[in-house]
Design a protein around this ligand. Structure first.
Ligand SMILES: [Cu+2]
Length: 370
């Protein structure tokens, strides 16, 4: 015969199991989080986290540069070789970006990003000799905070994508009664000069010795940079949108006697959730990068190739990109995100001649722990 104690402990176990189930159903905000709860993967610092959330991310970015341009017109290799001894012909820029985000409180998400950069540039000389230079290394580490400024129409006052997700899940039930939600946060990031600016390689003119590579083949800016930004995101049911303005302001001159040009960029996107695990997006980005000031004395003062000229670094570019966000809706990897985004420039203006950008692509994975 069952004792009263045994019955009580059985009831306790049953209650514990119920609480557990309820917690599992309620706690993964991820399960209700929409794929479009994050911006297209090419956008960084697009979302914030709720208190105690930790997220790890990995991105691989590639930019393909092929063909030459001066101002807004395509030019031939011989056009460049009329003025210079060497012309670049092709460049691949690869970046592996490792990121972590953590929110100590709802209003503030701390963020750190560590890049690994791989650069490869092909050239042709006036004599018809072709050669390739390479450099790689840890890029400039970025760290800072995302600070929630304002939000409306969400279930929680703050808390980025989890709040977004809950709102989305909830609005699904209410159908027509849903209201659009809006959120604004400030991006307060800094970039540290961990990336090398003294990378060397051999060229046909270097007589077998390694020489300091031109500006675009260096890994970092060499200076402390302030990266301010303002990010707005909105949602109405399965439709999400957002915009971000950001800058890269060089705070000092680097140890090679130059200061990279500041960068300013503006991006806007819209995304649609087809179901719980898939969204697609369209995005446009305008970027304006200024020329370097000063010059590296180790880079020849009479430029033999346009990439050595600090006054030919500036460009303006308008890109159009398409993306896909996937989110694992349930199971042990619930909430894990996979995303890809790729695009092409619609317009570019170079203080050239220089290599034009042909395409850019980013793939990424994001994993959050509550
Ligand atoms: Cu995150």
């Amino acid at each position: 015969m069952e004792s009263r104690n045994e019955r009580r402990s059985g009831r306790r176990r049953f209650t514990a199991a119920l609480v557990c189930l309820a917690a599992m159903a309620a706690s993964p905000a991820w399960a209700g989080s929409a794929p479009s709860g994050h911006a297209p993967i090419g956008v960084m610092g697009d979302h914030t986290h709720g208190q105690g959330e930790l997220m790890f991310s990995y991105r691989f970015m590639r930019m393909g540069m092929n063909g030459l341009r001066d101002e807004d017109e395509r030019v031939s290799r011989s056009h460049v070789l009329n003025e210079f001894m060497v012309t670049p012909t092709k460049m691949d820029m690869d970046m592996h970006m490792f990121g972590a985000m953590y929110a100590p409180i709802d209003r503030v998400t701390l963020m750190v990003m560590v890049p690994w950069v791989e650069l490869e540039m092909e050239h042709r000389t006036g004599m018809g000799v072709t050669f390739t230079t390479k450099s790689e290394g840890v890029g400039d580490v970025r760290a800072g905070a995302l600070i929630d400024l304002w939000s409306s129409g969400m279930t929680g006052a703050h808390g980025g994508h989890s709040a977004n997700g809950r709102e989305h899940a909830k609005s699904g039930h209410h159908g027509g009664a849903r209201r659009p939600s809006h959120k604004v946060h400030a991006n307060v990031m800094f970039s540290f000069p961990t990336g090398a600016i003294n990378r060397r390689d051999r060229t046909p003119a270097s007589g077998g010795a390694k020489v300091r590579l031109p500006f675009p083949m260096q890994i970092g800016s060499g200076s402390y940079d302030f990266l301010p930004g303002l990010t707005y995101t909105g949602r109405d049911g399965p439709i999400a949108w957002g915009a971000q303005a950001r800058g890269e302001i060089r705070l000092d001159e680097n140890h090679a006697d130059y200061r990279q040009g500041n960068e300013y960029a503006l991006t806007a996107w819209a995304a649609y959730d087809w179901n719980r695990w898939l969204s697609t997006s369209l995005r446009t980005e305008w970027q304006h990068t200024l020329n370097h000031r000063g010059s590296d004395p180790a880079v020849s003062p009479t430029p033999t190739v346009p990439t050595k000229d600090p006054g030919r670094r500036a460009f303006q570019r308008l890109d159009f990109l398409a993306g896909v966000n996937l989110i694992v809706p349930e199971g042990p990897f619930s909430g894990t995100r996979f995303a890809i985004e790729a695009g092409v420039p619609a317009y570019q203006y170079l203080d050239g001649p220089g290599l034009e950008t042909d395409w850019i692509a980013t793939v990424g994975v994001q994993y959050a722990i509550h």
